[in-house]
Ligand binder design. Structure first.
Ligand code: NAD
Ligand code: UFG
Length: 331
């Protein structure tokens, strides 16, 4: 099976490409390297012994994209490419709508033209917006209370995929709603390496550990959670990558949606302790005001993914911390 992976040199994409290559799938990557580095290809090759095909191209370059589809017959597309910085999306909404939504429309158009009928799409728990419950199930209403344009691009793309499936009985889409991906490949060779200053907890912990930031700001200790800090469902990126393989093996016409998380919540204070345990070092932190738009506690209901995909996250936050430290310090 030949698979085109958009955004395949990025954090989640590169880990998924490794799983796909290890299982014998043929993989081509298309990425504009906006938020990733070409050297990831060498690392993928040294881990798997195989080098994926690579096209440096922006999805907004539609004629270039068509040439890629014209040159090879793909069986399926895994679509990771997108901008993902929540704060930046508030400042540059049009950039986000154009890159994420228009980029996806161009991709779907090329797929239609070249008779590629299967897509796996990277969505996010952000589409659930604000809910009364903390445990989120796929049937819950989406799109209400999303606090930023990034999140709305994910919601819009989900709706577009449903409309395309309604218009074409052969079209198959699996929408994967990721919770909070962390960690990296156990080799320590690849990991999350964002260009610019990160917003997410784990890359910030990494910066503090490296001395690039003086301390972690814990955004609030007065939430109605057991220790007062925010609770999220942190999933090891290798488990997440395996979730994509499970989805690819279960594709059928229509749209299916799955949460990819562990089903368990971990607080910010528990994350700090887990990092300290794995590294043997103290992580400096200060408690600050809550971050605007943050929810107290969310975690995935993974029943549907377990039942229908036969997939379950196996690795722990502790495993992710050990792998992160190996990526940071090579030990
Ligand atoms: P990433 O930034 O590491 O990877 C995305 C890749 O897409 C990058 O290599 C970037 O250069 C590329 N890209 C972006 N726009 C492009 C374009 N127009 N044309 C070609 N390439 C383009 O991000 P990631 O963490 O690996 O996330 C992958 C996907 O998963 C994204 O769609 C993201 O929104 C989604 N997601 C991520 C998280 C998370 O916390 N990391 C959570 C939920 C959903
Ligand atoms: N946090 C801190 N300090 C920081 C960064 C984060 O205390 O410096 C806390 C947050 O308040 C939250 C937890 O750590 O309680 C996780 O925060 P992240 O920013 O890592 O993740 P979020 O769950 O807030 O956001 C993530 C993705 C978004 C996506 C959202 C949907 O980054 O793209 O999940 O659930 F929209």
């Amino acid at each position: 099976m030949k698979i085109l992976v958009t955004g395949g040199t990025g954090y989640i994409g590169s880990h998924t490409v490794i799983e796909l290559l290890n299982l014998g799938f043929e993989v081509d990557i298309v990425d504009n390297l906006f938020n990733s580095k070409i050297t990831v290809l060498d690392k993928i090759e040294s881990i798997t012994g195989k080098r994926p095909g690579f096209f440096e191209l922006d999805l907004l370059n539609k004629s270039g994209l068509e040439k890629i589809f014209e040159a090879s017959k793909y069986d399926l597309v895994v679509h990771f490419a997108g901008l993902k910085a929540v704060g930046e999306s508030v400042e540059k909404p049009l950039t986000y709508y154009e890159n994420n939504v228009t980029g996806t429309i161009y991709l779907l158009d090329c797929m239609k033209k070249y008779c590629v009928e299967k897509i796996v799409f990277s969505s996010s728990a952000t589409v659930y917006g604000e809910q009364d419950a903390s445990r989120l199930t796929e049937e819950m209403q989406t799109g209400i209370g999303i606090t930023n344009p990034y999140g709305r691009t994910k919601f819009m793309i989900e709706e577009i995929l449903k409309d395309v499936a309604n218009s074409d009985a052969n079209f198959s889409a699996i929408i994967l709603r990721y919770f909070n991906p962390i960690g990296n490949h156990p080799s320590g060779l690849i990991g999350e390496d964002p260009n610019g200053i990160p917003n997410n907890l784990m890359p910030i912990i990494m910066r503090v550990a490296q001395g690039k930031s003086p301390e972690l700001k814990v955004y609030g200790d007065d939430y109605p959670t057991p220790d007062g800090s925010g609770v999220r469902d942190y999933i090891h990126v290798v488990d997440l990558a395996k979730g994509h393989v499970a989805a690819i093996n279960k594709m059928k016409p229509g749209v299916e949606i799955y949460n990819l998380g562990t089903g368990r919540g971990t607080s910010v204070f528990e994350m700090i302790k887990a990092f300290e345990k794995a590294s043997g070092e103290k992580l400096p932190f200060v408690i600050t005001e809550r971050r605007a738009g943050d929810l107290a506690e969310i975690f995935a209901d993974t029943t549907k993914a377990e039942r229908e995909l036969g997939w379950k996250a196996k690795l722990t936050v502790g495993d992710a911390m050990k792998d992160t430290i190996r990526f940071l310090y090579g030990k």
